[in-house]
Design a protein around this ligand. Sequence first.
Ligand code: FUB
Length: 439
Amino acid sequence: MKNHYWLGLLAVCVTSGHMEAQNPVIRDQFTADPTARVFNGKMYLYPSHDIPSPVERLKEWFCMGDYHVFSSENLTDWTDHGVIIDQNDVPWVQPDSYSMWAPDCVYKDGTYYFYFPSTPKGEGRRGFAVGVATGKHPEGPFTPLEQPIEGVSGIDPCVMFDTEGKAYLFWSGGGIRMARLKDNMTELDSEPQTVKGLPEGFKEGPFAFERNGKYYLTFPWVEDKTETLAYAMSDQPMGPYTFKGKIMEQSPTGCWTNHHSIVEYNGQWYLFYHHNDYSPEFDKRRSTRIDSLSFNDDGTIRPVRPTLRGVGITDARKPVQIDRYSEITPGASIAYLDPDHKFEGWKTVLESENASIRYNRIDFGTTPAREITVRVKSPAGGRLKIGLSGLPDFTMKVPRSDQWILVTHPVSSAPTGLHDLTVSLESGNGTELDWVTWK
Ligand code: FUB
């Protein structure tokens, strides 16, 4: 996005806190441990906020000092509502402890309850407590309670409601723990207990939910080297739970953590999870991804394959970042536009003839598109074949250039509606593509 026109567009988007995205979905900051919740017909995202550590002791560890909340109506365009809680505004949190780990947020009787772990104040205090902040709107403002929840020692709080509307708190700390919550949502209503029936091996990040009268307890689980996402099911909110298997395998790139939430929105279930897309060299700087999730007839969860394309429909009139591909062939690859500034995003590299990349679900609307523009760099010059599903392919010439240039070509098929795009290299080995758009 180095071209001035698009830099201008980006500046408008960023100043209004507005981002459009595939995976990762938030593209201007790190967003780990994504808890997604639907409130008032909108998707809200409550992640933790990884930052490069300003303090020496956390240079090689997790470092988070505040929480932002994001919202979206289409899972493609996201609004950043800014900071909702800062560590130094919470009375019980040790100042500058930078341990605002995975949060949750739920609604009950007119109030939004935001749950978060952190390091409690006190000389030599170790470990985590879980606090609550309350607000009248999902995007805040939230007011933190004076003290953390008594009896909870650990991280990764998650609240589940049963079919009667009773709330349960799950968290991790020496296994996965749970207790009933009182109606005030801020105190335990039962002795904490460790959830039984889960597999051996490290587990954290519980996310529990109810669907069709069945209770699901899902959690990151180290089966081999790094965290998979796994789950157990029960007919009762407090168990006994029966282990059912994995939802997502460990990452082949070695990112040690995964952390997730599962939510239904407009009739489709989604898995929110994280990966270190913008920080491949250090896995404590993570970013939120979303992929679709579905269930078998018996209620078990179908495994989810992580994708870059993610979910949602992309507007043909905006830059379509085809490096977030649906499918890629040998000879095509992706790379950072600028390895020193990874938030600038990625490019597609078409190394050899016939290499191609496909990007699904582009919306051309009802007004036929008349021309395509490609941001491209082709040291050898060459030809691209452009295919839109259901329409005839055409080729466009790309002039020789060592710099990024915009190349525009007429589109005689006048696309409207939804199409999948395939871009293939006819000639010009080493041609690079940033994005594609239509007018
Ligand atoms: O983000 C810090 C910790 O990493 C979370 O609390 C864990 O679940 C893991 O994702």
